[in-house]
Design a protein around this ligand. Structure first.
Ligand code: NCD
Length: 344
């Protein structure tokens, strides 16, 4: 973003691409160094300033076309990518698999090649198959941003979560963050474990044993084991696993709760929703075990009354709406870095 392209008096603080950024695609945050995460955070600060203006628009990506291609449902991720692209002056086209030539039997690769051929400079894609954006990135010159692939990764969600936490707590180093719910099927949990661990947070995951990813499953009936196993090719960083929510919440500074991803679940993982809610619902009474003022987060969409009580979701501790708002600035940052910061 050069100064002269922006209204001079109101130019964002970032006038050149942070050196730490060298990526052509954003597929996951699993290999992000702290400096790269920091680069996104700083760029997002500049974007937030842009969004606070009377006319929240800069021409940084004017002439670029961003295509969002979604094979799964989405409200906030898609809307915020679209708003982010428009705030940067890009043209944005939204395509859903339903209603596109995918319904006529076109393959994923043919679909994305078509989008590249019509001029897509950035492809933001969500797919039900883990790894789909990696496959696409290998076939295209167009930059690819993963907006969620199966249960594998959701990098921009992890970035906006990190951004939201930092806005409240400052440094994330040493902070105790509890992620509670359906970890097994959650790309949000996986990407957050990577980014939060890279920034030095103490991550605790809490779920019934059937919803803890294999390799992390608690050893005994009471859980509490650490997954120190680094022998797996792509093992998650070590986190503490706790199956008892009350214990997990002790001294927590951030608590993130997740939806039960029924669309990815096989039958028989939970005895009943009612039992799940009794044992794992985050509510005001339970949150009293965490540190006073601990942040309550949820990536959405929420099923109030199941993983979170309506009272807590709408309480002063909740930063759930803020997460959504920050999603626009963070996605602007990612789009900007991908387009302007990529090495030739
Ligand atoms: C999440 C997703 O789609 O991975 N939502 C989101 O992007 N904010 C979580 C979910 O669907 O439960």
């Amino acid at each position: 973003m050069t100064q002269e392209k922006l209204a001079p008096a109101t130019a964002p603080a970032v006038t050149e691409t942070p050196r730490a950024w060298t990526r052509r695609h954003l597929l996951d945050v699993d290999d992000f160094a702290p400096a790269e995460l920091e680069a996104v955070m700083q760029t997002a600060d500049a974007m937030k300033e842009v969004l606070g203006r009377d006319v929240p628009r800069v021409p940084a990506l004017r002439g670029k076309t961003i295509v969002t291609l979604f094979y799964e449902a989405s409200t906030r991720t898609r809307a915020s990518f679209e708003l982010a692209g428009k705030a940067l002056g890009a043209d944005v086209i939204n395509i859903s698999a339903g209603g596109s030539s995918v319904e006529k039997g076109e393959s994923l690769i043919d679909t994305v090649r078509t989008l590249q051929a019509v001029g897509a400079g950035v492809l933001v894609m969500r797919h039900w198959a883990a790894g789909a954006p990696y496959l696409v990135a290998r076939h295209l010159q167009t930059a690819v941003i993963n907006a969620g692939d199966g249960a594998h990764a959701h990098p921009t969600q992890a970035l906006l979560d990190l951004y939201t936490i930092r806005n409240h707590l400052g440094d994330v180093q040493g902070r105790r963050v509890v992620i509670v719910g359906d970890i097994e099927h959650s790309r949000v949990a996986r990407s957050n474990i990577w980014s939060l661990s890279a920034m030095g947070a103490e991550v605790i995951i809490c779920a019934p044993a059937t919803l803890v990813p294999e390799g992390m499953r608690p050893a005994g009936p009471h859980g509490g084991r650490s997954n120190g196993d680094s022998s797996q090719a792509h093992a998650l960083p070590p986190v503490k696993v706790e199956t008892n929510l009350d214990r997990a919440l002790e001294n927590a500074e951030v608590v993130m709760t997740l939806r039960l991803q029924k669309e990815r679940m096989q039958a028989g993982l939970l005895p009943s929703l009612r039992e799940y809610a009794t044992l794992y619902q985050l509510n005001e009474e339970r949150m009293s075990r965490a540190r006073t003022g601990a942040l309550v987060m949820h990536p959405g969409p929420m099923n109030e009354g199941i993983e979170i009580s309506p009272g807590l979701a709408n309480s002063l501790q909740s930063v759930i709406e803020e997460q959504v708002t920050n999603g626009v600035a963070v996605r602007m940052a990612v789009l900007y870095l991908i387009v302007r910061g990529a090495k030739p």
